[in-house]
Design a protein around this ligand. Structure first.
Ligand code: ATP
Ligand code: MG
Length: 424
């Protein structure tokens, strides 16, 4: 027997039982984005490697060790996108979307990172990525957060997530802070974990979110980013906080929140949960005012976020927030017996036209009435329609209620439609 093929580690099949939850989540996401006037954009899954190297930053985890990069037949180095912001910026520059315009955009789909697979962390995962261009905030920063907040409320997640907020200031103050942080870390170098020692010079801000306890202890007395903030960034952050306060959105200012990608400045935020172990960030983003220019466009203010769909699905399941009715996909099942030819099939077709929202499944493949009724029951349908030779002769259909204590009825097609409309 041939060796059984398997999916690649960390790349998941999403099976029919789960797609109902995904679709439900996605429809809430789409609806919320539409409420705020965001437009969908679709970008390729593969880009030139240089886009991510330049956009995300050479010294980030993603570019250093997580990218799926390959040389194609033409000799170009290509990369499966590890995130979509750089792709949106590339597309926006290429199609002139940023020229004297404001944009509110979103895109979604699979992202690829070569990480160690575990619960909530996969090699192919899905993000909804929301990006705004041409607005310098802080109102748009607040809008993005309010949008996510309104989504959490609709999903029932608002009790289960916490907003963490920080400001990274402008480039200049970040440089001054970097220098101060490096000087401090140098004094405590022996107490740092290996990763932090390695990162200390290339990307010292990343040391701030090291999970190592020794490093954490060193960081307690480290210089604080907010002591280095420039006046404008300070004011920007305060106004953002005021808007959130007025909207009743609670948050924690976390001065160690720096996020993994290099392009952020000023506002950064994360929505985190304690319900998913160490994969606790379900959504994260911030301002990236320098990225468009860095990728060859005209200077364009920008702010956005991405949410991890697998983690949101896991969280919804963990908190038992998935509506039960999602699991039923059929309202009515049709069972045929005896020599009825195409009568059952044609009746079903007419019924679907007459009741477009009805979910009607025909018990195809025949079999005894008993086995068909079993299948009808398993489908989750509330009603079984039964057609045999008598029904065919009289142009009628028998209706059996599978979940209620109601007598069986024999109805004409018109009566059937009326009954179905009434039942739903
Ligand atoms: P983490 O710190 O968990 O590695 P990150 O900072 O690398 O996250 P981002 O690049 O900001 O994550 O991506 C935004 C969101 O996408 C994350 O908050 C998370 O919900 C999700 N995400 C990121 N990497 C993965 C992954 N490998 N598997 C599943 N979801 C992921
Ligand atoms: Mg990561």
């Amino acid at each position: 027997m041939a060796k059984q093929l398997q999916a690649i580690r960390g790349m998941n099949d999403i099976l029919p039982e789960q797609t109902a939850v995904w679709s439900w989540l996605e429809s809430h996401v789409r609806h919320t984005l539409a409420q705020y006037g965001y437009r969908e954009m679709r970008v390729p899954i593969v880009e030139f490697t240089s886009l991510f190297a330049r956009g995300i930053g050479e010294n980030t985890d993603v570019v250093e060790k997580e990218m799926y990069t390959f040389v194609d037949r033409g000799g170009d180095s290509l990369t499966l996108r590890p995130e979509a912001t750089a792709c949106c910026v590339r597309a926006g520059i290429e199609h002139g979307l940023f020229h004297n315009q404001q944009q509110r955009l979103w895109t979604s789909g699979p992202m690829f990172r070569y990480e160690r697979p575990q619960k909530g962390r996969y090699r192919q995962f899905h993000q909804v990525s929301v990006e705004t261009f041409g607005m310098d905030g802080p109102d748009i920063d607040a809008e993005l957060i309010l949008l996510t907040w309104s989504l959490w409320k609709k999903l029932g997640l608002d009790e289960h997530v916490t907003l963490e907020l920080n400001s990274l200031g402008d480039l200049e103050c970040r440089q001054r802070y970097r220098d101060a942080l490096i000087a401090y870390l140098e004094q405590h170098i022996d107490a740092l974990d290996e990763d932090s020692k390695r990162r200390m010079y290339a990307n010292p801000l990343r040391v701030l979110d090291s999970k190592d306890q020794g490093t954490q202890a060193v960081l307690v007395d480290a210089p604080k980013l907010h002591d280095y903030l420039d006046g404008e960034s300070q004011a920007h952050f305060e106004t953002l906080c005021t808007i959130l306060d007025d909207a009743g959105v609670k948050y924690i200012v976390n001065q160690r929140l720096v996020r993994g990608l290099d392009y952020y400045n000023r506002t950064v935020f994360e929505w985190t949960t304690t319900a998913l172990g160490s994969q606790g960030t379900v959504c994260g983003g911030g301002r990236y005012d320098g990225l468009v220019e860095q990728l060859g466009g005209k200077p364009t203010k920008a702010c956005g976020f991405a949410m991890g769909m697998e983690r949101l699905v896991l969280l919804l399941e963990t908190c038992s927030l998935v509506p039960k009715e999602l699991s039923t996909t059929v309202d009515v099942a049709l069972v045929t017996f005896g020599d009825v030819g195409t009568y059952g099939m044609m009746l079903s077709e007419r019924l679907r036209v007459a009741c477009p929202d009805l979910r009607l499944q025909v018990c195809c493949g025949g079999g005894s009435v008993k086995s068909q009724m079993k299948r009808a029951d398993k489908s989750g349908a509330r009603i079984a329609l039964m057609v045999g030779e008598d029904e065919k002769r009289e142009g009628k259909v028998s209706v059996k209620y599978l979940r209620e204590d109601k007598p069986q009825e024999v109805l004409t097609f018109e009566q059937l439609i009326a009954t179905i409309v009434e039942e739903r």
